[in-house]
Design a protein around this ligand. Structure first.
Ligand code: X8Z
Ligand code: ZN
Length: 604
């Protein structure tokens, strides 16, 4: 496989070896090419963003077509420039920035269109249709249609196994299944595009964006997973026992995998919604529920966003411009189809940042608001960088910023902002409960964060063929998460399509990285703040010094390899699970005690 990193040394060696290289383009030509590329990309990026925004917030056949058209134009330009960039692979004497930007031109495309414009157009139409199919998707509850954001919330609250199974099954049937043929075709075209750019396949292209080779990156994710897997296994074992106690053997056996629809989330990716079922006896009642506090204080969607903004302001960050408030979508419009899955946008590469959500007044969405705002603050922090550097140090950083802030939503912070009465702050004997509540979201997510792309990497490489799409998915869910679907599956199903990021073509390993990185950032922030208590009680709300140092890392954007950015804030150059394990250390010891005598694990 071709490596796109450190080509400089190879180029110099070749320059000495073969006189023909003298005809290779010069470093000055490379500088000019990169400058021209940045100029050309920006207006088409803006057009594609505007049309995609309209499509996402008003799904019709027409907006699908318009979004597809501008996406095709932008992607064609990206591919033309990526191809052009390869011509400078052997140019000696490139500056650091030009070398880096040439690499970024090659590896920042999600789905590359082939040179044949007909295929490029077809690819963009497929992409728009897949995403809109997801946006319009509905499941059923008691036979009645229920939309995506409502079914997500209902899966969190419902404790009736028959209803949970109905919601899970109908969603996978109505949303995933119809996408299969489009997805197969999309993979074919996108792989052709990736190969034309010199990559083995689209998955290898995705793995090329981490300042190391694709193979090194795959190995790094496996290494990180091995670090945290023992903690996941403990949580799985403990949760399974509690579900068995609640539902009985007929619904959830004492051994083996967990039934996927019982975990409080459509994809069994975060389990915090069933905290009430797993809370430690006696000490489990935390005495408050963030969603209830928000409701009691009369919060609506906008006020929740203002609450999030207030945190960032307390770190010393500029408030979002008025256009943020005017142009964002906070709630689901009643009169049209939209993509409800939360996202953050940077329309003009300067100040026109927005979030798009269908906010409900609950704890999940309060956290998600902080997550999305993290993207917007990152975008504004790096808006003085040149176009090609306007991105996260790697995509895991982009996903980790807002989550780092959200880790600071401690009970004491809720008191500070007037949501919780000071007398209600849980005492130290509730620490295990607080940690368990957090682990149900943070730790439970880890294997899911890994398998979405393990599946796609397999699909793109051809290791998982269309004849095995669903089996490949179900097998990974069993192997890594230890979960099984509530009903039998077949190859008529396309369960991966029932998860937003698959039809949305958003690479997913970023969220796995972010789960670990956010604890590294948080631990560093709390150290900088001089926090002395248990780590999970630390909030760096109002800490301008921490805010300023964090901002320095954000402002770097993608201008340096990510280890430099990580070092700037944490002092370390390695992504690692250690900070997360540190945070959960007391819980880990406690879980081991609870699980003593159980036969943990499952056969896959
Ligand atoms: O998709 C998201 C964000 C938008 S970037 C809401 N997340 C992943 C998901 O929902 O599956 C955040 C956590 C993981
Ligand atoms: Zn995000």
């Amino acid at each position: 496989m071709k490596s796109f990193v450190s080509l400089g040394a190879v180029a110099i060696a070749l320059a000495f070896a073969t006189p023909a290289i003298a005809a290779a383009p010069t470093a000055a030509e490379a500088d000019a090419f990169v400058a021209q590329a940045e100029q050309e990309l920006k207006p088409l990026y803006i057009q594609a963003g505007q049309s995609s925004w309209i499509n996402n917030t008003y799904i019709t056949d027409d907006t699908d077509a318009i979004a597809a058209k501008f996406d095709a134009d932008f992607t064609a330009l990206q591919v033309r420039l990526a191809t052009g960039a390869a011509k400078y692979n052997e140019t000696p004497g490139l500056s650091f920035d030009t070398r880096r930007k040439l690499d970024l031109l090659r590896n920042s495309i999600t789905l590359a269109s082939p040179a044949d414009p007909k295929l490029g157009d077809e690819l963009s139409v497929l992409k728009a249709r897949l995403q809109s199919t997801y946006g319009k998707g509905k499941g059923t509850l008691n036979g009645k249609p229920i939309n995506g954001s409502d079914i997500e919330a209902a899966m969190g609250k419902d404790r009736n196994p028959a209803e949970l199974s109905e919601m899970w099954t109908s969603w996978h049937q109505n949303v995933g299944r119809p996408m299969r043929a489009d997805y197969v075709r999309m993979v074919e075209i996108a792989n052709q595009g990736a190969k034309e750019l010199g990559y083995a396949d689209t998955g290898a292209m995705w793995r090329a964006g981490y300042d190391m080779t694709p193979d090194q990156f795959a190995a790094l994710t496996d290494k990180l997973w091995a670090e945290v897997k023992p903690l996941y296994d403990q949580l799985h074992c403990y949760t399974r026992a509690k579900l068995n106690a609640k539902y009985g053997d007929a619904v959830q056996k004492k051994t083996g995998p967990i039934r996927a629809d019982l975990l409080g989330n459509m994809w069994a990716q975060e389990w915090g919604n069933i905290y009430d079922l797993v809370a430690p006896a006696g000490a489990g009642d935390l005495g408050f529920d963030t969603g209830e506090l928000l409701t009691a204080k009369g919060y609506d969607a906008k006020k929740m966003v203002e609450g999030g903004v207030n945190f960032y302001s307390s770190l010393g960050y500029d408030k979002p411009p008025q256009t943020f408030w005017d142009r964002s979508q906070f709630t689901k419009p009643a009169d049209r189809e939209v993509v409800c899955h939360a996202s953050a946008w940077d329309i003009d590469t300067v100040d026109d940042v927005r979030v798009k959500m269908c906010i409900k007044v609950n704890s999940d969405d309060f956290t998600t608001i902080h997550h999305e705002l993290g993207h917007n603050y990152y975008q504004r922090a790096y808006n003085k960088q040149p176009y090609l550097y306007q991105n996260g140090a790697n995509d895991g950083f982009h996903e980790a910023i807002g989550d780092t802030i959200a880790l600071s939503i401690t009970p004491q912070y809720l008191v500070d902002i007037g949501l919780l009465d000071a007398s209600k702050v849980p005492s130290a004997d509730k620490d295990i409960g607080l940690l368990l509540r957090q682990a149900m979201d943070k730790v439970a997510f880890l294997p899911f964060g890994l398998i979405v792309d393990k599946w796609r990497w397999g699909v793109f490489s051809g290791q998982i063929t269309p004849a095995n799409y669903n089996k490949g998915w179900t097998d990974l869910r069993l192997q890594y998460q230890g979960i099984v679907p509530p009903v039998a599956r077949s190859e008529a199903d396309f369960d991966p399509g029932a998860k937003f990021h698959v039809p949305g073509n958003t690479p997913y390993t970023r969220y796995f990285l972010a789960r670990l990185l956010q604890f590294q950032f948080y631990e560093a922030a709390c150290r900088q703040a001089g926090w002395k208590g248990p780590l999970h009680r630390c909030s760096f709300y109002n800490n301008k010094a921490v805010g300023a140092k964090f901002h320095e890392m954000l402002a770097m954007g993608q201008s340096k390899p990510w280890p430099d950015a990580l070092q700037a804030f944490t002092g370390s150059r390695e992504m690692s699970g250690k900070a997360m394990l540190n945070y959960f250390a007391p819980l880990s010891a406690w879980l081991k005690k609870q699980n003593a005598g159980q036969s943990c694990g499952w056969q896959s």
